[in-house]
Design a protein. Structure first.
Length: 235
């Protein structure tokens, strides 16, 4: 079953707590990202734990190997479940992060979901987005990454090309049908993500900006349950 990670992309502890109270008992995983963490730091992480939740610390580490390894160590001290890092940092950076013990799960970012084919041509005129995602995912996985962050549109391609690696996927850019995409470009509906058996989907504004966040979460969960492989097999 696909698990929802609610993105707490808010700027106040008060708003964070309102969401945690509203979603308690329905949502277990929460993303604490750049906006909330730079505003409130450890306090934002501790509040999720206070309400019984698990934290995906999404700060997208990208630096020299030693610096990233230290950041992973400090993330463990915060008690988070997983952290993100940019696979663009290369094999040595990933290996250094993976060697940290104990540590949270390492989830590697391939190509951000607001980017499209034209954006990556700055690296090379013949660069192709699916190939770049595949190469980054393979490099990350073989050097110790625990999950691959990519658009849902790339999951089937990766499973076909890298089937022997049995990857786990974390997919942002999830938008219910008809919802605003905002700055996301390579998006997917919750039902389509569940039908693919994606491990985790990261959903922010469709839940956090809804008039009734709990109802929005339940609606998305219902869509995902109905579209899951087990439900499809039963029909």
């Amino acid at each position: 079953m696909t698990t929802i990670i609610v993105a707490l992309d808010v700027d106040t502890i008060l708003k964070e707590e309102e969401l945690l109270k509203a979603l308690k008992g329905t949502i277990t995983y929460y993303k604490v990202g750049l906006r909330l963490f730079t505003a409130h730091g450890k306090r934002a992480v501790d509040l999720v734990h206070h309400y019984g939740g698990k934290v995906f610390l999404d700060l997208k580490f990208l630096d020299i190997p030693q610096t990233v390894a230290h950041a992973v160590h400090e993330s463990h001290r915060l008690g988070v479940e997983a952290v993100s890092l940019h696979l663009w940092g290369g094999a040595d950076m990933i290996k250094a992060a993976a060697l940290v013990q104990p540590r949270p799960k390492l989830w590697g970012v391939t190509v951000l979901t607001h980017m499209q084919a034209s954006d990556i041509r700055v690296f090379h005129q013949s660069a192709r987005l699916p190939t770049m995602v595949k190469n980054l995912a393979k490099m990350g996985w073989v050097h110790g990454i625990d999950g691959i962050i990519c658009s849902g549109q790339e999951v089937a391609h990766l499973r076909k090309k890298l089937a022997h690696l049995d990857m786990r996927f974390i997919v942002p850019g999830i938008r219910p049908a008809g919802a605003r995409k905002y700055d996301q470009r390579r998006t997917m509906t919750p039902g389509d993500a569940a039908a693919l058996g994606i491990d985790y989907v990261v959903i922010g504004r469709p839940i956090t900006m809804a008039p009734e966040p709990l109802k929005a979460a339940h609606d998305i969960l219902r869509e995902m349950v109905d579209a899951s492989p087990s439900a499809l097999e039963a029909t």
